[in-house]
Design a protein around this ligand. Structure first.
Ligand SMILES: Nc1ncnc2c1ncn2[C@@H]1O[C@H](COP(=O)(O)OP(=O)(O)OP(=O)(O)O)[C@@H](O)[C@H]1O
Ligand SMILES: [Mg+2]
Length: 383
C-alpha cells in the first residue's frame, strides 16, 4: 500500500481530501464522509483508520441500510439475555466489538430516528446501554459515518435528527463525483489496470488515445466503482489486445449508462466469493426471520390477526380490552374515570401481567419504552 492508502487522484479535490485525512486521522474527532455511490467513501474511512493511533485495533464496518430496523439497536449496542423473544443469551453489539478501535457507520442516513438518539449519546458521553439492559457501558470508539444522501434535506423532512447532523457534520469530507474531476480518470485507469494485471498475471496492451478520451468524457454515474468494473472486465475479456473505440463500445453505451450493468469480475479467490455469498444469504435469512417475528407481533395486536398463530399470544398475552367490556368495573367505572385513570390502570395491569418487563409491557400497550418509563414516573407506579 502506498502513502495514500490506495486513494488515487491528482485533482485538487482529491489532494485536499488526502491532506484532510492526514490532519484528522491522528485525532479522535468523528468524521462524516459524503459522496455519491462509488466515490470512495469506504476507502477514505479505511485510510483514516489506517493512519490513526487505532490502526492495530478493530475497524468495524456497519452498513446501517442493510440491517432491518427491528434489530438495528441490538446489533449496534448489543442486548441482554431475555431482552426480546429469541434473545437466549447476552450479546455484544458492534460498538463493544469496536472498543479501542473505529466504527464505520455506512449509510448513516438510513438509521432510524430512535437509534439516532442512542448514537448521539455515544458520541457525546461515550456510553450506552444494551437493549434490555440497565448497566451503562463505556467504550473508546472513534466514529466515522458515511452517506450518499443529502442529510441536510433529510433534517428538513424530519428523517434525520438535526442535533446528530450538526454533531457529525462538524468535521466532514465531501468527495466529488468523478465527472467533476475528470483529470483523475486517466490516472485511475492506469493504476487500476496495472494493479489488476499484476495481481492476476495478465498481459494487457492498454487503450488507444481515442478510447481513453471516450472514457474521460463519460459521465460515470457509478463513479470510480463503475470505472474500475469496466477496466477490469475489459482486461479479462480483451487480454493482450489494445482496446480502441470500437472495442470499448461493446462494453459501455457511452452517455446512456449501460456500463453500470456490466458483470463484475473480482480478483478474489472462489473461497472468498463463496464465503461472502453464504454470509449474504445468512443475513437475508436473519432479516426475513426478524420481519416474520415483527409480522407475528403485529398480527397478534391487531384485530384481524390470523387465528392460527397461538404461539406468540402465549409468550405475550394480549392486553384485555377493558375499555370495551366492563368486566373490571369493580375496580373503576369507565364512565366516571378520567383518561388518566384508564391509562394508569392499563399500564399497571400490563406491568403486573408481564412481571414488570418494561419492554414487553411497552410492546403490549403499543407505546415506546421511552413513553412507558415517563408514564411510570408520572403515575408513580411501583415498577
Ligand atoms: N480515489 C480512488 N482511488 C482508487 N480507488 C478508488 C477510489 N475511489 C473509489 N475507489 C474504488 O472504487 C470502489 C468503490 O469505492 P467505495 O466502496 O469506497 O465507494 P463508496 O463511496 O463507499 O460507495 P457506496 O456509496 O456505493 O458504498 C472500491 O473498489 C474502491 O477501492
Ligand atoms: Mg460504501
Amino acid at each position: 500500500m502506498d502513502d495514500n492508502f490506495g486513494i488515487i487522484g491528482q485533482s485538487p479535490s482529491i489532494q485536499q481530501i488526502l491532506l484532510t485525512i492526514k490532519q484528522v486521522a491522528p485525532t479522535d474527532i468523528s468524521v462524516l464522509i459524503m459522496g455519491e455511490s462509488g466515490t470512495g467513501k469506504e476507502l477514505v474511512a479505511q485510510a483514516i483508520h489506517a493512519q490513526s493511533r487505532r490502526k492495530d485495533n478493530p475497524l468495524v464496518v456497519v452498513n446501517c441500510g442493510a440491517i432491518p430496523e427491528g434489530i438495528i439497536e441490538s446489533e449496534l449496542f448489543g442486548h441482554e439475555k431475555g431482552a426480546f423473544t429469541g434473545a437466549i443469551g447476552a450479546r455484544k453489539g458492534y460498538f463493544e466489538l469496536a472498543d479501542t478501535g473505529t466504527i464505520f457507520l455506512d449509510e448513516i442516513g438510513e438509521m432510524p430516528l430512535a437509534t439516532q438518539v442512542k448514537l448521539l449519546r455515544v458520541l457525546e458521553n461515550k456510553d450506552f446501554m444494551r437493549v434490555g439492559g440497565v448497566r451503562v457501558h463505556h467504550v473508546d470508539v472513534r466514529v466515522i459515518a458515511a452517506t450518499n444522501k443529502d442529510l441536510e434535506k433529510a433534517v428538513k423532512t424530519g428523517e434525520f435528527r438535526d442535533d446528530l447532523y450538526y454533531r457529525l457534520n462538524a468535521f466532514h469530507v465531501r468527495i466529488s463525483p468523478l465527472r467533476e474531476r475528470r483529470e483523475d480518470i486517466q490516472l485511475l485507469v492506469r493504476k487500476i489496470s496495472s494493479e489488476f494485471c499484476k495481481q492476476n498475471h495478465i498481459e494487457f496492451d492498454g487503450f488507444t488515445d481515442s478510447a481513453l478520451r471516450m472514457i474521460e468524457n463519460h459521465t460515470w454515474p457509478g463513479n470510480v466503482r463503475e470505472l474500475k468494473n469496466l477496466v477490469e472486465s475489459i482486461i479479462v475479456l480483451e487480454k493482450g489486445k489494445k482496446v480502441d473505440e470500437l472495442a470499448l463500445d461493446k462494453y459501455v453505451k457511452f452517455d446512456n449508462n449501460v456500463g453500470r450493468n456490466l458483470p463484475v469480475p473480482t480478483h478474489r479467490s472462489s473461497e472468498q466469493v463463496e464465503r461472502e455469498f453464504i454470509y449474504r444469504a445468512l443475513l437475508d435469512l436473519k432479516s426475513e426471520i426478524t420481519q416474520l417475528r415483527e409480522d407475528l407481533y403485529q398480527s397478534n395486536y391487531s384485530d384481524s390477526r390470523p387465528k392460527s398463530l397461538p404461539v406468540y399470544s402465549e409468550v405475550l398475552p394480549r392486553e384485555p380490552e377493558i375499555v370495551k367490556n366492563n368486566e373490571n368495573s369493580q375496580e373503576f367505572n369507565l364512565d366516571e374515570s378520567s383518561l388518566e385513570d384508564v391509562e394508569r390502570y392499563k399500564i399497571n395491569r400490563a406491568l403486573e401481567r408481564l412481571n414488570g418487563s418494561k419492554r414487553k409491557a411497552a410492546k403490549s400497550l403499543g407505546i415506546s419504552e421511552r413513553t412507558l418509563y415517563r408514564k411510570i414516573k408520572e403515575y408513580e407506579l411501583p415498577f
